[in-house]
Design a protein around this ligand. Structure first.
Ligand SMILES: Nc1ncnc2c1ncn2[C@@H]1O[C@H](COP(=O)(O)OP(=O)(O)OP(=O)(O)O)[C@@H](O)[C@H]1O
Length: 527
């Protein structure tokens, strides 16, 4: 690991392909070696730009709005409010507290400043207290002064999963809203996210953090039921998916003329995917020029860095090396199964452990998700499933039930791989390892998936199911990319597996993985 340092970062390019998958075969030996990580955006530092800022980082309808707020209160952003947040869950008698982690310099959750020192208004600070946040995380501490400075500057911000990026961009937005009479019903900030679930989650956080702002309205721009269509959006903050947002602006149901901040959450995914990328560009073209563009994600693979810098020109950048991206509280394990059927039977055996907290099982296809759901339910294991085959309010019911803890095991495709914050998730299973469609691993998707656990200092376990040399190769590539050790679970010795999983949770200590990043200013212009 390189040492902490302040640098200016510069965009680069990369990413490769390969061939198709195989199944059956060789047994893996553990642990997988951790050398050979390739260069990232942040690895390639350019000479300091004279203008650059430097710092060290360690971070629908109105009807929908209220239901989301309830969903959040039940399980999501406000789980921390009820004191049962699962911080190093007492089930495993682990004694590390968030306050300890937030004192460790270099920990992504630590900062040297308080929220009060960050120049936030009193009624916004009250929203932070409402969230029970006592100290900023590193990304919040570093990003907020840059985001809040005037004149507003663009930002590309990267920080590990679960380190509080959402609050960073929401606090900036809340600070910039104009509640004067002429502006009270005018959309002024737009947040785009890749999934309906994430858009609803962000909306909920925004409502809670903005509770003390008189007249604040936050609205969703996601597909809604027929009877709610055609309604004018009057929220000062709009959170949506790109396609619906574009549609609403074009149909003049969303007046974009007063938008002054555009945020892309999960920005690398938004700009990378063919469809979403195009839609994001179109939305941006429908907004006023000279708005503040803010891009946040835990990952910015080299192939999207150049594009991100064009989308957010002259941005202050906060970046991490990919060796720094994994969260220490998440213990990464893999289970080598002789056959595909053994993957299924192993999953069923894991079920007992999965219900200790909540779990997400990630699979490659919607078909697999449905098959596993039906088979497990048929065998008496209560599991739910969420894929893009489900629509609108049906999806809301599934995710809200998971958030509230009513359902504890969720089988999902990549639709839930990013951003979803359910603090009770203690286990993530990669039933199928994510690949790039060309036979190589997709480390970014893997990182986002496992990041559904281990949120803000909590511990979690991520188990990858391996079957055959091809999937073993994917595990190896992922392990090398992030320079992390993945421990093999002994197939067929379930007593030991249970012991290992529990011990891992018990002995994990977030905060040991001292993280660093660079803050600088990218130089690309215009889009
Ligand atoms: N300063 C803070 N103190 C305590 N908890 C916090 C703080 N900031 C954020 N959190 C909590 O940490 C959790 C993770 O935050 P958030 O969802 O913003 O992470 P993220 O960085 O956006 O992760 P991802 O990359 O997975 O989207 C949330 O439950 C949030 O309420």
């Amino acid at each position: 690991m390189a040492s902490l340092e302040d640098r200016v970062s510069k965009p680069e390019n990369d990413q490769t392909g390969g061939d198709a998958t195989a199944s059956t075969g060789t047994k893996a030996t553990a642990p997988i070696s951790t050398s050979g990580a390739t260069s990232s955006w942040a690895d390639e530092a350019s000479p300091a730009d004279t203008n650059s800022k430097t710092a060290t980082v360690e971070t629908n309808s109105e009807k929908d709005t209220s239901s989301l707020a309830n969903a959040q209160l039940d399980g999501g952003a406000t789980a921390a409010l009820n004191g049962s947040s699962g911080l190093y869950d007492s089930t495993y008698e682990v004694d590390v507290q968030l306050s300890d982690l937030q004192k460790q310099s270099g920990n992504p959750l630590a900062s040297i400043k308080s929220f009060e020192e960050l120049g936030l208004a009193e009624n916004i600070l009250k929203g932070i207290y409402q969230m029970r946040f006592t100290k900023p995380s590193k990304i919040q501490e570093k990003a907020l002064p840059l985001l809040l400075a005037n004149p507003p500057q663009n930002m590309i911000g990267q920080s590990q999963s679960g380190t509080g990026k959402t609050a960073a961009f929401i606090l900036n937005i809340l600070t910039r809203l104009d509640f004067s009479s002429g502006m009270i019903n005018q959309p002024q900030a737009l947040i785009l996210a890749p999934s309906r679930e994430l858009a609803r989650q962000i909306l909920g956080v925004c409502q809670i953090m903005g509770e003390y702002l008189d007249g604040l309205k936050v609205e969703a721009a996601i597909p809604v039921e027929r009877e709610q269509r055609g309604k004018q959006i009057v929220g000062q903050v709009v959170v949506g998916t790109p396609g619906t947002t574009m549609d609403l602006i074009r149909r003049r149901l969303l007046n974009a003329t007063h938008i002054k901040v555009l945020v892309l959450d999960e920005a690398d995914n938004m700009l990378d995917q063919q469809g979403l990328g195009d839609q994001c560009i179109r939305v941006k073209q429908l907004l006023p020029r000279n708005i503040q563009v803010v891009l946040f994600s835990a990952t910015f693979p080299d192939r999207v860095v150049g594009f991100a810098s064009k989308f957010a020109p002259n941005a202050n950048t906060i970046t991490l090396r990919h060796e720094e991206l994994t969260v220490d509280g998440i213990k990464q394990l893999y289970l080598d199964c002789p056959t595909e059927e053994d993957k299924y039977t192993s999953l069923v055996r894991l079920y007992g452990m999965m219900t200790i907290g909540s779990s997400i099982i990630f699979v490659r296809t919607k078909k697999t998700a449905l098959e596993i759901e039906q088979r497990m339910n048929h065998e008496g294991h209560a599991v739910a499933c969420l894929t893009s085959d489900y629509e609108g309010s049906n999806r809301d019911v599934i995710i809200d039930s998971f958030r509230s803890g009513q359902s504890k095991v969720l089988i999902a495709t990549n639709v839930l791989s990013r951003g979803i914050d359910v603090q009770t998730v203690s286990l993530v299973v990669n039933y199928d390892l994510p690949d790039d469609g060309k036979g190589h691993a997709d480390p970014q998707t893997y990182l986002h998936r496992i990041g559904r656990t281990g949120r803000f200092g909590r511990v979690g376990v991520a188990i990858a199911m391996v079957c055959g040399p091809q999937s073993y190769r994917l595990v190896k590539e992922i392990s090398e990319y992030f320079a992390v050790e993945m421990t093999s679970l002994p197939y067929n010795d379930w007593d030991q597996i249970e012991e290992i999983v529990k011990k891992v949770v018990k002995s994990s200590r977030a905060g040991a993985n001292f993280t660093k990043a660079t803050v600088g200013q990218s130089s690309d212009t215009s889009m």
